[in-house]
Design a protein around this ligand. Structure first.
Ligand SMILES: Cc1ncc(COP(=O)(O)O)c(C=O)c1O
Length: 400
């Protein structure tokens, strides 16, 4: 079996068409987009402008509402810390976010708490969904910002952003979303979604690593942001630093490509994910589906195999790239905080495996992954005394 990559929530391969678009800017078109006095600079600036339009088209916003950054971690930091700093002088020092957020949102919120901001972390239900009423109830006169992830990187759950957008409108709070996993894959029209700020990243949509953007609403209402990186004043002073022209061109191209293939890809990759899910649910006992069964990313499957420790399972499947949680936390053996936030117990959280399907996966790969995982789960369970007792009908809890 050839190695199979099924970890597309962590990152995606560069689409060859994206590389082709970037290539001139990695070679002979090396100009600095801020150089105003010669053609190298002008051509670099033109390329950045074109990419800005491509990203703006995906967001249905104006090009000047797109700020290029070094990735979504930076975009989230700029959104959260930038709004907090800009609104503080209006007596707004409160943020509402969710317990399931990515560390790129949780950590900036915790940093702000250390500076005296108040942060409310709202709960989620067993599918990982935020309750808009709970968000509304958490809002006070001092709330500057609501930050809720659009689609979850581990459990795939999609949040009711439009409802949160209405709450933000009614209360005057700014709505930010970490849009990384859904941007471009889903209709990312910021008017329909009702968001004021959105973080996105190129390497999750078959673009290059180290480049992303923040959408910042400029009208109705105009959102104020205090820059977090100061220097040469690029990106209308919101993000100083020489622009990563090839990366930005790649982000623009990757976003544009989704515009052309979004529905087809959703159908095809969604069918592959369903096939994998149905095979596993059919053929493996004591299996739990994590995240929302319907309101979830079409390329995402997360299941817990009872009596199996997912880290050990993945070690036996070295030719298949899967994950037990988010790549950012997979260096630690702590349970996923997102799974625990859904009310799952620690041992089931330790049994969770994430399958992230993508553009290049095939039916043959799905079937190969399913059968390899089914065999590996069976082998792990053979080593589990708890599983053996369960199989023999011994009540484990009663015998303790
Ligand atoms: C939901 C989410 N937010 C933020 C990030 C960070 O993005 P980046 O790698 O562009 O900094 C990731 C991916 O790692 C993610 O999945």
């Amino acid at each position: 079996m050839h190695p199979i990559y099924m970890d597309h929530h962590a990152t995606t391969p560069l689409d060859p068409r994206v590389l082709d678009a970037m290539m001139p800017y990695l070679t002979h078109e090396f100009g600095n987009a801020s150089s105003r006095t010669h053609p190298w600079g002008w051509r670099a600036e033109e390329a950045v402008d074109a990419a800005r339009q491509q990203v703006a088209a995906a967001l249905n916003c104006r090009p000047d509402e797109v700020v290029f950054t070094g990735g979504a971690t930076e975009s989230n930091n700029l959104a959260i810390k930038g709004v907090a700093a800009a609104y503080r002088d209006r007596g707004k020092n409160h943020i509402v976010t969710a317990k399931v957020e990515h560390s790129a949102v949780l950590e900036p919120c915790q940093a702000l708490e250390r500076q005296g901001f108040a942060v409310t972390y709202v709960d989620v239900d067993r599918f990982g969904v935020v309750d808009p009423d709970e968000v509304r109830a958490a809002i006070t006169d001092e709330t500057a910002l609501i930050s809720v992830i659009w689609a979850h990187n581990e459990i795939g759950t999609i949040q009711p952003l439009a409802e949160l957008g209405r709450i933000a409108d009614e209360t005057g709070a700014v709505l930010h979303t970490d849009g990384v996993q859904a941007f471009a894959k889903y209709d990312s029209d910021v008017e329909k979604l009702g968001v004021d700020l959105m973080a996105l990243s190129a390497h999750k949509i078959y673009g290059p690593k180290g480049v992303g953007a923040l959408y910042i609403r400029k009208r109705r209402p105009r959102i104020r942001i205090q820059p977090q990186i100061e220097g040469g004043g690029q990106e209308r002073k919101l993000r100083s630093g020489t622009l990563n022209v090839p990366g930005i061109v790649g982000l623009g191209k990757a976003a544009e490509l989704y515009g052309e293939c979004r529905d087809e890809e959703r159908e095809r990759v969604g069918a592959l994910r369903d096939r994998l899910r149905d095979t596993l649910l059919d053929r493996v006992g004591y299996i739990h589906l994590n995240g929302h069964p319907i309101e979830r990313l079409y390329n995402s499957l997360n299941v817990s195999f009872e009596f199996v420790e997912s880290e050990s399972l993945l070690m036996t499947l070295r030719d298949i790239a899967l994950s037990s949680g988010s790549a950012c936390t997979s260096a630690s053996l702590e349970s996923s905080s997102a799974l625990l936030a859904t009310g799952m117990d620690d041992s089931l959280a330790h049994s969770a495996v994430r399958f992230g399907l993508g553009r290049g996966n095939t039916v043959e790969e799905v079937d190969a992954v399913a059968s390899a995982v089914i065999d590996a789960v069976a082998r792990q369970r053979e080593l589990s005394p708890l599983y053996e007792m369960k199989r023999r009908g011994v009540d484990v809890m009663a015998s303790e």
